[in-house]
Design a protein around this ligand. Sequence first.
Ligand code: PMP
Length: 407
Amino acid sequence: MSLFDKYAPLQKRIDVMNKIGRDALGVQFDDIIDATRGRIGNREILLAGTNNYLGLTFDADCMAAAKQAVDDHGTGTTGSRVANGSYREHVDLEVALADHLGMPSCIVFTTGYQTNLAAISGLAGDKDVIFMDADAHACIIDGTRLTNASTIRFRHNSPEDLDKRLRRQGKIEGGHALVVIEGMYSMFGDIAPIDEFIDVTHRHGGYLYIDEAHSYGVFGPTGCGIAEEQGVLDKVDFISGTFSKSLASVGGFCASRHREFDVTRKVMRPYMFTASATPANICAARVAVDKIKAGGHLRDNLKARAQQLHKGLSDLGYDLCAEPSPVIAARRPNEAICAMEWNWLLDNGLYVNLAVPPGTPQSSSLLRISLSAAHSEADVNEIIAKFAELKGLEGQLMEDMMGKLAG
Ligand code: PMP
């Protein structure tokens, strides 16, 4: 018996994947050329799975801010904001994000993952009850595990089911309900009816927390996210987000319409006991906030590309998981076929995400595309053409796969 015996089923799955092709969870690029192009060996790859929604990773001003930050403040902060102090830039970024969202309070974290760990565990005490969407991201689930609050899951994107569960819960003695949803869900690209969630949550005296990781910068007239798009931003209690997508950096934030949120800095373990975000990350994100506010043209292009791709793949007969959005995922019959197709696409110069359980809802196997405002109409035509070619090869690829698995 070994410590690793429990991973035998996982290892078996990995062995199957490796027989079919590459390790999809360990892709290595030899170069990232710009927001939409990378290189593996001698082959240039069209990047369509990066979450670089606005393409700002190569924005000249964001890059200049990151470089200047290294010159001014060095490469790292070497400590937590509680134990070792904040840099002025951490605080400036909090003020800029709070101002953008029209909220009095905002806290910046070292990653998006830590943001949800910290904020959810900081907000929910022993007597509170967390109501969480069934398709919640791993870091929301992990956030609930850092608390003693009880957790109840409700049906995905169903305010009706939430209402039923809140009613069944009844009065929470000495505590409150914290309802946690996402704006746009990362795997299917489907969108929450936030206005309805606000109604239900507030009718029961609860607080609504929305992770807008995939929607901040991407939706809404000024890029605040789905809540802004639906005209209800001022009613949301907490908005969290990450810097690693539209903000083209690494880090995260949580903002609140409740000024008292600030006190949680003194209790949130994933804020207190980890080093703060680096100067380069913070300064790049600070410039990206301004780009987002003025980024209507980027959002317009992203929307047009999403509609173009959605129509192109639907016309080819692909089973898409949601209406057009910057995340477009095609459901495939099973993990092995999905892996085989994913390998073929990469061999032919297109990088998308292979998304498989447990990271996907409904145990689905997906070819997941995330679009960028930096993609051109021609880029999206190229993606559609590759998927068209793939469709024509289905029979042949299946035969190849059976051969590899038998061998
Ligand atoms: N929330 C959601 C919904 C996410 O999809 C992710 C990561 N993809 C995160 C939070 C964590 O963000 P980060 O990768 O920046 O830590």
